[in-house]
Design a protein around this ligand. Structure first.
Ligand SMILES: [Zn+2]
Ligand SMILES: [Zn+2]
Length: 149
């Protein structure tokens, strides 16, 4: 069965409150359920979504990122108001990318899912072991040794 994943990366200019609420409602869970899954007090979840909390404790960050299945670097970025493009994940087109060269900046764009040139699904992790790509300098996965292409 296909499940539709909510877009889990923060949008430009999205506040922490908007971001958390959007991902939570995308997952179809209540504030109470989020509180339970993240180990954060329901009142604190309410404060975060109400925009009254703009800084997260380390514990809240870990809990939220786990419960919402998002990278804690995304939470850091929205808390600091840093454009999300600075926390972009390395992505390449397995068809067009030449190992050892820089990834095209358009592939790296947070919302890019397919190659602009050939339409192939972009890849941000090793096809063999699923570990995130670490560098375009490397031809092979650092974890399992398989070629990234
Ligand atoms: Zn391509
Ligand atoms: Zn690998």
């Amino acid at each position: 069965m296909l499940t539709i994943e909510p877009d889990r990366s923060p949008k430009p200019d999205e506040s922490l409150a908007e971001y958390v609420r959007r991902v939570r409602t995308g997952m179809n869970i209540s504030q109470a359920e989020l509180a339970k899954r993240s180990g954060i007090h329901l009142m604190s979840v309410g404060k975060i979504e109400g925009g009254k909390t703009t800084r997260l404790s380390a514990k809240s960050k870990v809990g939220l990122s786990r419960a919402l299945q998002i990278s804690d670097s995304y939470l850091d970025a929205v808390c600091r108001g840093v454009p999300v493009t600075t926390v972009q994940q390395l992505k390449i087109c397995p068809n067009c990318w030449v190992p050892g060269t820089e990834a095209e900046s358009i592939w790296l764009h947070l919302r890019s899912k397919y190659c602009f040139a050939c339409g192939t699904a972009l890849r941000d992790r090793c096809a063999s072991c699923n570990e995130p790509m670490t560098s375009t300098k490397h031809r092979f996965c650092a974890y399992c040794g398989k070629s990234y292409k």
